[in-house]
Design a protein. Sequence first.
Length: 389
Amino acid sequence: MNHETVFAAFRSASGNDAEAAAYAPGRVNLIGEHTDYNDGFVLPAAVDRGVALAARRVAGDTFRLHAVDLGQSCDFARAGLERDPERPWADYFKGVVWALSRRGIDVPTCEACVSGDIPQGAGLSSSAAYEVATTLLLGALGGFELSSLETAKLAREAENGFVGVACGIMDPMASVFGQQGRALWLDCRSLARQTVKLPPGLKIVVVNSGVRHSLASSEYNQRRAECDEGVRTLASSVPEVRALRDVTPEQLEPCSAALGVTVGKRCRHVVSENARVEQTVSAMRSGDVTQLKSLMAESHRSLRDDYEVSCLELDVLVELALALPFCHGARLTGAGFGGSTVNLVEVEAVEAFSRSITDGYSERCHRAAEIHVFEPSAGARVLTDGLPA
């Protein structure tokens, strides 16, 4: 995004120049779905859209926050922070103030402005970007600095403990540790990570189905409960199992009767998906786009048939994409039950891909597909260009 926008917006809203600013990117998950809360492996990439904030310190204990894109502002006191159903966009900023304060950090009272260009509703984790950028902003303003890892952990703490969303660590880790042209392999248990270069000549294309089914939240919680049930059953036979990440396909198969049909399918998806993440990293490093396409297709089938989180619209989008010779991978991304697909498309064919998907989706589902083209991006950072000397 054009970072100058947030500086200009801050001057317009407050009549003053900003003293500090920060930016954090959104992310898309290439493979490794529903593995994060099972202590597994994921392969996200930060994208070249994000959230920027600018701020200056003010006297007293009342914060003032401006949401540029919504044309709204709000004030809130440091004491007694609470969520505001009328201004939910401010809860993420408040959550960071809350999480920092819990750690005994003196958070500077400020007037701040937030702006972003992450497409809404596409599952690109604008909330984690917002929280990470807020953490960096308040650190720059207050003269304290958290490590990159602590920044990611604090962003998750803000969303879990204050906003009330049980997200995992993947989103803030991708926003913090993203690198230009590379995806991020992440072990969600140890937080060990490596960057993986995308095969040359490919673009990440996200297709938003425009569908969000109302059962998404309850079904997500149900899937987590089914995974937990699977772990309890497996641990009775394999004591070292603490999460599905600890289970191999060879260990899973003899336990299928004890697990039952539904829980067995959920476990099979997670176990096989963890293996696919590792295989995808190998395929990317060797430039094997044929294997890459096969692995992403297998991931989607597993999410559709074993985890049962797909829907007609996502299945159609993936089917349309896989039929195109210049598309080298397609699958649903995110929690499912609507949302988006992620696709790896040859650079020269992005326009042809977009036309084909848009036309095919309209014909078969009578809906408009929203296309977003991304570059893997560098991670979050404090902004200095644009601040007054």
